[in-house]
Each structure stands twice: as C-alpha cells, then as structure tokens.
Ligand binder design. Structure first.
Ligand code: CUA
Length: 167
C-alpha cells in the first residue's frame, strides 16, 4: 500500500493530537484530582431535618472513628450552619487534626450556594434538593476559609466559616 506524503503527515498529526488530548484529560482527572460532581443523594429542601445527618444536633463536626470525621452543613442565605457549641452559640470555626479523613456533607434550604474550602481540593456546588458530599484527607495544616463561590444574593460575600487543620 502506498501512502501519499501528506496523507502520512496528517495521519501522524491526527494520531498525535489524540494522544495529547488523552494525556491532558488524564492529567486533569488523575494527577490534579478533578472529581465528578458530588451530588449523589437527594433531600427534601423544605424538610432537611427528616434526614438524620441534618438534624440540628448533628450539624457541624462529628468524630466517627480515630481519624475520621463528618462535617454536616446547612447552607442558607447568607450563612453556613455548623450547629451550636456547648454554650448554644452558632459555630463558625472547626478544627480538624492533620491527616484526618473528613466527609463533608452540605445541603441548602433555599438557593444554590457554593462550598469551597479555599486552598484545598474541596469545592462543591450546593443545590436545593441534593446532598453534596465529598470525602477528603486533610494533610495540610493551617487555617482555611470555607467560602460561598456561587453568587446567592446581597449577602453572598458575608457567607463564610473557617476550617483549621491542626498538628
Ligand atoms: Cu451563598 Cu453565595
């Protein structure tokens, strides 16, 4: 079989483009840890407490095993509800020991909110009717800010909490 010179060049170019495309895709998906969308389960936004995880006393940080934690959050305009502390004051700061595996579960009772722990790989959209969840290992110490990165109204910029990873 005889291939014309240009035919050969374009075949190589085409094949090469495919390889480059797959490499970029693989780099984004595996090396950078890009994850699929985090909305697995559904929830009634008008009755969040029907789900045990989002009952008032189960909000915020809960230790479930030696190095495993769950953080349940109810987002609303313009607040992240992390439950109350012992004195009954709303929690806006949580501390997690370095190296812990943390399952973040977030829901919204009104509009779409964001759930981004700046400087980490935690970045979810929180949509009415869905439970957004993501499990991560917190290996970097420091104080991180949980911010809303979906515009949700006039108080959007006031919507934040802090997550501290301690040694
Ligand atoms: Cu909530 Cu922006």
């Amino acid at each position: 079989m005889h291939l014309h010179k240009y035919e050969k060049i374009w075949l190589i170019f085409g094949g090469g483009s495919l390889v480059v495309f797959l490499l970029i895709l693989g780099f984004g998906a595996f090396y950078l840890g890009t994850h699929p969308q985090s909305h697995g389960a559904t929830i009634d936004p008008d009755n969040l407490e029907a789900n045990e995880a989002f009952e008032r006393e189960n909000l915020g940080l809960t230790q479930v095993d030696e190095d495993r934690y769950i953080v349940n959050v109810v987002a609303s305009t313009f607040n992240y509800d992390l439950g109350d502390d012992e004195e009954g004051n709303p929690v806006s700061h949580i501390e997690i020991p370095k190296g812990s595996t943390v399952l973040f579960q977030a829901v919204t009772q009104d509009v779409i909110h964001g759930f981004n722990i700046a400087g980490t790989n935690v970045n979810m959209m929180v949509e009415p009717g869905y439970i957004s969840s993501l499990e991560v290992e917190m290996n970097q110490t420091g104080e991180f800010t949980l911010v809303c990165n979906e515009y949700c109204g006039v108080g959007h910029h006031m919507m934040f909490a802090t997550v501290e990873v301690v040694d």
